[in-house]
Ligand binder design. Structure first.
Ligand code: MN
Length: 348
């Protein structure tokens, strides 16, 4: 899908979200704006980025170096000249909208759903960057297991993981790394802190690298010392739920809502009913969370070129949390599991 799709419902598309700027031009930075019309495509940016933008932005764009005020003036002129205009509702602020369109009724079309669709199916080049990013996390995971010793803090393990990802070639983190011990792992998005590791704790690690603009996403939960029977039972349920959802997609199942239902039913038919309290998965690309959605409300169909996670979990307040996350791609009709690390219960 190329940029022209954005002009299907309007004469002029104003693109402002960093993900769409990067997707369309290969270069994003704060304050840049892409303007697409049927006759020309512009990349507007300020003098701070003149040299970088001219080097990085694709040849199909006319790069214009303008002050912030001149960018607004330029956009107002284009808006006045073109018939209908589209903007990204999910990115445009009200103050910017009013500066461009005045105080009248909202009449710009919403391009956000189209922008999400446009980015949903990955090219070979995009897929290869995502695979490289996931290869980095696989290696970082393996390297950090040796650090799990009594008394180490969540924060120390997090720092080690991030240093390892950078040394393996990551350009940065795809999101804030989560390392959570024991009862802290019951919070799906725990913040890593000074909690020290004790015998019997679970260790949940959810992290991702960014490589050439693309994200990876990975979660494993390991045990430090012998786990309880309850933990083992919960781990088995999560792993079974993940395998069932992956089997469904790999055998040609393409309904994202059904994948969620299959995994959730396994948890809900177990003693851990209701303890899988988030969606099954999400698309991954330039952004860590993007289309498609694998959830109870999803209307998405999983199709060729899509990259997405399958990450069921079980979370017991005050006790432990377990999540196992894989990154998957559909390539030429076949499902590829991109992460390679083992998923069987692992006791350090
Ligand atoms: Mn994820």
């Amino acid at each position: 899908m190329n940029a022209n799709v954005l002009l299907r419902g309007c004469d002029c598309a104003i693109i402002t979200s960093p993900a769409a700027l990067f997707y369309l031009s290969g270069f994003d930075q704060t304050d840049a704006v892409i303007v697409l019309t049927n006759s020309a495509s512009y990349y507007l940016t300020n003098p701070l980025y003149e040299i970088a933008a001219k080097a990085a932005v694709g040849k199909e764009f006319v790069v214009k170096i303008l002050s912030r005020k001149e960018i607004v003036d330029f956009l107002r002129t284009v808006i006045a000249r073109e018939g209908s205009v589209g903007v990204e509702y999910e990115d445009m602020t009200l103050s910017r909208y009013k500066a461009l369109f005045g105080e009248g009724e909202l009449d710009a079309k919403d391009l956000s759903p189209l922008v999400a669709k446009m980015r949903e199916k990955k090219s070979d080049n995009e897929l290869s960057r995502i695979k490289t990013a996931e290869g980095i996390v696989d290696k970082a995971f393996e390297s950090v297991l040796g650090l799990l010793k009594e008394g180490v803090t969540e924060r120390q393990v997090k720092d080690a993981l991030e240093r390892k990802m950078l040394s393996l070639g990551a350009d940065g983190m795809a999101f804030d790394t989560i390392v959570a011990f024991g009862e802290n792992a019951a919070m799906p998005h725990a913040v890593s802190g000074a909690r020290t590791l004790k015998k019997g704790d679970c260790v949940l690690m959810d992290f991702g690298a960014k490589y050439k603009g693309y994200c990876s996403d990975f979660t494993r939960t390991v045990c430090f010392g012998e786990p309880t029977a309850k933990f083992r039972a919960a781990y088995d349920v999560v792993l079974k739920a993940q395998r069932a959802a992956i089997d469904y997609v790999s055998s040609g199942g393409r309904n994202a809502k059904e994948a969620d239902r299959i995994a959730r039913k396994i948890v809900d038919d177990s003693p851990f009913k209701g303890k899988f309290n988030h969606t099954l998965g999400h698309g991954v690309g330039i952004m860590i969370h993007e289309s498609p959605a694998l959830s109870t409300l999803s209307t998405d169909t999983l199709a060729d070129g899509m990259v997405f996670t399958i990450e069921p979990g079980v979370y017991l307040e005050g006790e432990f949390g377990i999540r196992i996350e894989s990154l998957l791609a559909i390539e030429n009709g076949k499902l590829t599991v991109i992460d390679r690390s083992d998923k069987e219960i692992y006791i350090v």
